[in-house]
Write a protein that binds this ligand. Sequence first.
Ligand SMILES: Nc1nc2c(c(=O)[nH]1)N[C@H]1C(S)=C(S)[C@@H](COP(=O)(O)O)O[C@H]1N2
Ligand SMILES: [Mo]
Length: 310
Amino acid sequence: MRKPQAGDPSRADVTPKADFLNRRQIMAGAGALAMGAMAGPAFAAGIDAKPSKYSTDAKPNTLKEITSYNNFYEFGWDKSDPAKYADQLVTDPWSIEIGGMVDKPGTYPLDDILKPVTLEQRIYRFRCVEAWSMVVPWIGFELADLLNRVGVQPSAKYVAFQTLYRPEQMPGQRQPGIDWPYVEGLRIDEAMNPLTILATGLYDEELPNQSGAPIRLVVPWKYGFKSIKSIVKISLTDKQPPTTWNQLQPREYGFYANVNPTVDHPRWSQATERRVGAGLFAGREPTLMFNGYGDEVASLYKGMDLAKFY
Ligand SMILES: Nc1nc2c(c(=O)[nH]1)N[C@H]1C(S)=C(S)[C@@H](COP(=O)(O)O)O[C@H]1N2
Ligand SMILES: [Mo]
């Protein structure tokens, strides 16, 4: 590190925000930039400025909080490791292999995936299974958009996701403990739910590496471990795919992992949560069923025993 000097260009001079956020879209010649629709500094990046009906009006955590307290075991086990080590990850070029039960399988450059999408801001509650939470202003698009573009075949019942495996840039992958690469999965109706997004940004910035750059899943009604980072592979299957934490500790972490204050973790209560950044004397907050997204998702689990399918 060196101290900034008078006369140094600021980042704003070097990289205009719109460029910074939508570099890939711009390079791909995207028409998605709604520059005319800017509605103040929060949208200076030119993302679609209309507030999402899915956004919470709870106060978002700061960018600093969101990017300095992370779980990204590819970079280490401490909450501070990802912010320290994730810079070494090279995220451009990037492509995602999409296969299995789809009409148009292929390895798609991220630029091509993003070209036709309209990015929007989604301010979501985010609840880790470890009983801490944040409120995060993501920028992204619905996973359903992408799945519809590649054409999901009727036989597909699940979507499997895989994170990059690149131990030279991910020091945690050189350690034992997890059977890399990190994998996750959703049932197809969960994947198609409009709350389920692929995020490429945070506030008005491109997604920082420690947050799962360049593209990560966000499933706000499920525990955080479902929201897999740095995705390189998506496959449609007819069988429930293996998932990393379920394989590691099947009694503690299920496939569904819906936020549920009435089903405790074997080693701690899930009834309340600690909001990161709330301060030393702030009380714990009650955890909400489906993390507060029951209106949108409770119907997906009608008739299911949620203590059994945890
Ligand atoms: N590839 C990968 N994805 C991951 C993880 C991980 O270690 N590796 N951790 C998960 C867990 S446990 C949580 S709580 C969230 C944390 O996301 P955040 O660091 O952006 O808050 O990412 C999830 N996605
Ligand atoms: Mo987590």
